[in-house]
Design a protein around this ligand. Structure first.
Ligand code: C5P
Ligand code: C5P
Ligand code: ZN
Length: 457
């Protein structure tokens, strides 16, 4: 129930009010960074002495390091799966939406209250409700939508549950607009032909990776490519032009054999941060990608600055990181399409070694999944983490989970049976860090788990 979750959040708010010094520890992806940005603004408004630390994952060694600091610790977007390891810390609270290991005091997690933490609320949504308790401000609600979209909580075509409540609060605060429109990346910032040409989710047959064909396609619809010498993006089109563009695209895709249900997924809710200038921060999904770009490329301080409102120098640096991120993703996808993936009995598999950065290998796995139109079994990707460890990222479709598949639980279970392995996550997206020499054992256990009728569709 929402009221019980809110009462847990109120308790955490009370503890924070009493504390002099707070150490905020959050996750380096868009959701964790949005959550950290919300809490940064809130603690600043309260005049608290605080510090924000952003890490890749709450691994055992991070926890050891944090223990030494004697301030009150606030964990955002992780902590639930690692709860047993937090026991040695004196004063702390957890706001997380990952599957929890155990219930306890000052631990706000939607799963305890029958709220689905993979679709109804994310880490930044929880941070927003905490912020609201502390400073009674609605202006940060839109930032929580960025986090939710970053975690793909809108993958069914729209935000639901508490995310929807937050979106309504943001609309009332005049910081968000919700519209039904085409869900292609770059509608607010990419030159129209490049929105098509660079689309990998989904791949647009005949258009993706073919700029001339994209330009021709747009010209054939009688749509001007440029205005005053500058490329137009999708948001620059008139309402009538947008309609013409979308229906032509649908016809094109349908004639190339894309099934109706896939076409329908292209249309859905889009979330615009209307107080931002038109550009990569205007669309929630693009904003999330920008945060991911900084966080996952070793510059979380830049992401945090942008997430908490800096539109100056840090924003410029973030734009450069965004280009780098997109380039790295493109190259990784090209590499994988060339190399191909391996089909095993119960999953698809690829080991990118050190060819793909371990911080983006999960995103690559997700993109490959749609690029290759895979759907019947999960995809498991591996990349080098360090000399001793490998990073595992797993992705599945929502449809597969309808029959009981839960990648996060599987990762947790397998890792608890392998020394020095740590893993967890959501039903459709999960990850792990495992000792390099344990890969074969890990994969054998995975075959077994996925072959198990409870986990299979
Ligand atoms: O740790 P956290 O919950 O913030 O991250 C969730 C991750 O799962 C994100 O990287 C998001 O992109 C990914 N995800 C996905 N497909 C989904 C849902 C989430 O790849 N359908
Ligand atoms: O890193 P990746 O994007 O593949 O992570 C997918 C999901 O699995 C995220 O929600 C992440 O927080 C979770 N995860 C985890 N434990 C790990 C690695 C990832 O809970 N060791
Ligand atoms: Zn999250």
């Amino acid at each position: 129930m929402h009221t019980e979750l809110f009462s847990e959040i109120s308790k955490i708010a009370k503890s924070i009010k009493k504390e002099k010094r707070i150490l905020v520890v959050s996750h380096y992806d868009a959701d964790g960074l949005s959550a950290a940005g919300i809490i940064f603004n809130t603690l600043e408004a309260l005049g608290k002495d605080f510090e924000v630390k952003i890490v890749k994952q709450l691994y055992a060694e991070e926890i050891e390091e944090i223990k030494a600091d004697d301030s009150f610790k606030l964990f955002l977007d992780f902590g639930s799966g690692q709860y047993p390891m937090l026991r040695g810390i004196k004063k702390f609270a957890v706001l997380d939406h990952h599957l929890p290991a155990q219930n306890s005091e000052r631990h706000a997690n939607p799963w305890f209250f029958n709220i689905d933490g993979s679709t109804e609320i994310s880490g930044s949504g929880l941070a927003f409700f905490l912020s609201r308790k502390l400073v009674a401000e609605d202006s940060l609600a839109a930032n929580a939508i960025v986090g939710a979209v970053g975690d793909m909580q809108d993958s069914q075509g729209k935000l639901i549950g508490l995310n929807r409540e937050i979106a309504k609060i943001a609309v009332n605060a005049n910081s968000l607009a919700i519209e039904k429109d085409i869900r292609l990346y770059g509608r607010a910032s990419r030159a129209l032909p490049y929105m098509l040409c660079y689309s990998t989710e989904p791949i647009l047959p005949g258009l993706t990776a073919n700029p001339e064909a994209c330009i021709r396609f747009i010209e054939e619809q009688g749509i001007e490519l440029k205005e005053n010498g500058r490329w137009r993006c999708y948001l620059d089109l008139t309402k009538e032009e947008k309609q013409r563009f979308v229906s032509a695209l649908m016809m094109h895709l349908s004639s190339r054999g894309i099934p109706e249900w896939k076409l329908q997924k292209l249309i859905g809710e889009v979330y615009s941060l209307v107080k931002e200038e038109k550009g990569p921060l205007y669309d929630a999904r693009e904003f999330a990608t920008l945060l991911n770009a900084c966080g996952r490329h070793g510059k979380p301080e830049i992401a945090l600055a942008v997430a908490s409102g800096d539109r100056g120098n840090n924003y410029k640096k973030a734009l450069n990181l965004l280009s780098l991120h997109r380039k790295e993703l493109r190259e990784a996808i090209e590499f994988m399409l060339e190399k191909g993936i391996e089909e095993r009995k119960n999953f698809y598999f690829f080991n990118a070694g050190s060819n793909i950065n371990d911080s983006i290998v999960g995103i690559v796995a997700g993109m490959l999944y749609s690029a290759l139109l895979l759907s019947n079994k999960p995809i498991i990707a591996v990349a080098k983490n360090s000399d001793e460890f490998l990073k595992v990222s797993a992705r599945a479709t929502k449809e597969q989970t309808m029959f009981g598949l839960h990648l996060g639980k599987i990762m947790q279970r397998i890792c608890s049976s392998i020394d020095n392995a740590e893993g967890g996550g959501h039903d459709v997206a999960a990850g792990a860090k495992i000792p390099a020499e344990k890969l074969d054992e890990f994969l054998a256990k995975l075959e077994e788990e996925l072959g198990n009728s409870d986990n299979k569709h």
